[in-house]
Ligand binder design. Structure first.
Ligand code: PEP
Ligand code: MG
Length: 320
C-alpha cells in the first residue's frame, strides 16, 4: 500500500505476536511536538534542542530555554520525552560555540565535546531542562550527542545528577561508543543510536556528500553489526528494569524494512519523523519476533547494503 492509503498510526507499535515496539517521534520545535502528538507518537525519542540555539549570536537565557522545552513536554503528559543536549558543530554550526575554521568539522569539537572547550553551556541547558520537566507531567530522559568513551558517559551522568535529572543516557553515533557499549551502559540508563552519524563515521563517508550515498547507507552490514553490539551491551547491563533499553533515532528507523531488521537486532524503540509512523507500524504488525531476528541475520550476512536490502525486502511481501 502506498502512504496515502495507510491508516493513521493508532498509537500502539507492536509486532504480529504482540511484542511491544514503542514508536516515538523526532521533534525539532514546539510546533513539531504538536504535530507529533496529533500523529499519535508514543512519545518523543529525539528532541533536537538546536532549535532553541541556532541562528542566535548568544546563548539563550534560562527562561527562554525553559519555555521552549516546556512547550514540547506539555504535548506528552505521562509520556517519555528524550531530550538531546545541544548538538552544535559540523552540519550544525553555532557562532558562539563552534569554530568553523576547523579543517575537519565532522571530526572536531562538536556535540558533547563543545563542553570541554566552552564549559557552562551544557550545565545551564541541563538546569533549564530540569526546570521545564518539573513544570510538566512528561517523563523526561536526557542524552548527550557524540559520546566517544565510557568516561564521557560517566561525566554526563554526573552532570545530569547535579541538575536533578534522573534518567541520563547517551547517543551512540561514534563507532567507539558502539564497541564499548557494555561499559557505556553500566554508567547510564539507556542509549539511543543515531544511525545518521554512526553510518558516516563507520563508513568514513560524509553524510552531506551525495557522491558517497551508497557507502553512507545504514543498511551497510558493518553498521548493522555495530547496532547489534550496542543492543547486546544494553542486554548485558542491568538496569531498572533490566536490560537497559537501546533505541534508534536516526533516519534508519523510518525505513519500514530496516525497522524490522533493527527490531531483530534487539532495538527496543524506534523514533522517526512522524510521517513515517503509519508505514513502520504497518510492516511491524506483519512480522513476529523470530522472523525479525531471522531477517536481521540475513542482513548481517550480506556483502553490501544493496544485497542486505534486497535479501530482506524479498522476505517482506507486504512491503509496497
Ligand atoms: C543521527 O546522527 O542519527 C541523529 C539522530 O542525529 P542528527 O541527525 O541530528 O545528527
Ligand atoms: Mg547525529
Amino acid at each position: 500500500a502506498n502512504r496515502a492509503e495507510l491508516p493513521a498510526f493508532d498509537g500502539a507499535g507492536r509486532l504480529a505476536d504482540g511484542t511491544e515496539v514503542p514508536l516515538l517521534s523526532n521533534v525539532g520545535s514546539g510546533e513539531d511536538a504538536v504535530a507529533a502528538a496529533a500523529a499519535n507518537a508514543q512519545g518523543v525519542g529525539l528532541l533536537r534542542t538546536e532549535f532553541c540555539f541556532l541562528g542566535k549570536d548568544t546563548e539563550p537565557d534560562h527562561e527562554e530555554q525553559v519555555a521552549a522545552y516546556r512547550a514540547v513536554f506539555e504535548q506528552f503528559p505521562g509520556r517519555k520525552v528524550v531530550v538531546r543536549t545541544l548538538d552544535a558543530g559540523a552540519d550544525k554550526p553555532l557562532p558562539f560555540l563552534t569554530d568553523d575554521s576547523e579543517p575537519n568539522p565532522a571530526l572536531g569539537v562538536r556535540g558533547y565535546r563543545t563542553d570541554l572547550a566552552t564549559p557552562g553551556v551544557l550545565s545551564r541547558q541541563l538546569a533549564a531542562i530540569a526546570d521545564a520537566a518539573e513544570a510538566t507531567a512528561a517523563d523526561v530522559w536526557t542524552m548527550a550527542p557524540m559520546i566517544s568513551t565510557p568516561a564521557e558517559a560517566e561525566r554526563f551522568a554526573a552532570l545530569c545528577a547535579e541538575a536533578g535529572l534522573k534518567t541520563p543516557g547517551v547517543m551512540v553515533e561514534v563507532p567507539s561508543a558502539a564497541v564499548l557499549a557494555p561499559q557505556l551502559l553500566q554508567r547510564v540508563e539507556f542509549a539511543s543510536i543515531g544511525t545518521n552519524d554512526l553510518t558516516q563515521y563507520t563508513m568514513a563517508a560524509d553524510r552531506q556528500l551525495g557522491a558517497l550515498a551508497e557507502l553512507n547507507d545504514p543498511w551497510q552490514p558493518a553498521v548493522l553489526h555495530l547496532i547489534r553490539t550496542t543492543c547486546d551491551g544494553g542486554a548485558a547491563a542491568s538496569g531498572r528494569p533490566a536490560p537497559k533499553p537501546v533505541g534508534v533515532c536516526g533516519e534508519a528507523a523510518a525505513d519500514p524494512a530496516l525497522a524490522v531488521v533493527l527490531v531483530g537486532l534487539g532495538v527496543a524503540t524506534l523514533s522517526m519523523n512522524r510521517r513515517a509512523l503509519p508505514a513502520v507500524a504497518a510492516i511491524l504488525r506483519t512480522v513476529d519476533a523470530a522472523t525479525a531476528r531471522r531477517l536481521a541475520d540475513l542482513a548481517l550476512a550480506a556483502g553490501s547494503a544493496t544485497e542486505a536490502k534486497a535479501a530482506v525486502r524479498a522476505e517482506l511481501p507486504d512491503l509496497d
